[in-house]
Design a protein around this ligand. Sequence first.
Ligand SMILES: Cc1ncc(COP(=O)(O)O)c(C=O)c1O
Length: 353
Amino acid sequence: MQRHNFSAGPCVLPQEVLQKASQAVLDYDNGLSLIEISHRSKSFVDIMEQARSLALELLGLEGKGYKALFLQGGASMQFLMVAQNMLEKRAAYLNTGTWSDKAIKEAKIFDDIIEVASSKNANYNYIPKGYEIPEDYDYFHCTSNNTIFGTQIKEFPNSPIPMVCDMSSDIFSRTLDFSKFDIIYAGAQKNMGPAGTTLVIVKEDVLGKVSRKIPSMLDYKVHIEKSSMFNTPPVFAVYTSMLTLQWLKDLGGIKAIEEENEKKARLIYSEIDLNPLFKGFAAKEDRSYMNATFTLTNDDLKETFDTMWKEAGINGLNGHRSVGGYRASMYNALSLDSVKVLVEVMSELESKA
Ligand SMILES: Cc1ncc(COP(=O)(O)O)c(C=O)c1O
């Protein structure tokens, strides 16, 4: 049966990437598996360099003072590393959901954090706007796409201080002026590869401004100096991420995938809006193009709907417990055809009800 993987992450990856990655596990270099060769071998050093340069190229950041790193510890480790490397006195955070909240919690360990705005009062179903970012803070942190709640920042502020962004669930999915950001980080397990590595893009000139001693493993400068090889990198996750970035480049880059992502989002949201059995969770103007969150208007239909989408080969549609209902995650590798299958099931439910 053909599967349609709407999982929020880890999630769908391009078939061709999965094939190449599995082949490399069996035989990458003359009978040797990718995961049994030294990370210091030329073969792997080339992979790491290619992954780093593809990331900067796709984001349009080559030659602009940025470095790309593939680190470990998940995006959650970046909540801590950002503060370690950037927080001298105080920092400003935008609170748009569970992940922003967790980033704030980690930074509070270090010092004084203010929330410039929060949508917690409405269970994070919208993106606050019109807030001010104070000039005398060390940095401003935001989350571009709120995976759990299905909201996405459409217009980023012009920050007077360095801007740090958690792009875990929408990196490489839409065109943006990425040079507005000083640090971007993203766990691989949505638009890049398997869990196990986190892409961190750092503008070098924002570093070196804090007085604290930073443990080596948490110090961006150390990782930059060691070309992202300070310790043994997660070779399989980096290789698979590199393959996905190459796949995206061959497709035509972010612009090309953005057009596909817009088609998918238009299709699902128009069904949610037109079908009286469903109701969208997020404020319309802030709807995420990656994670569409919605509920049934009549809970009595839950069992029937759940059976129908499972029978259609759909996977991973259950919503996160903090929202309930459903979440259709439509990352780069999910095809428009898969969204069509889901929309057909939704409209079939309407004709049955
Ligand atoms: C936006 C966002 N930030 C951070 C995280 C945490 O990532 P990790 O599990 O890699 O620490 C997630 C996980 O889903 C996420 O969606």
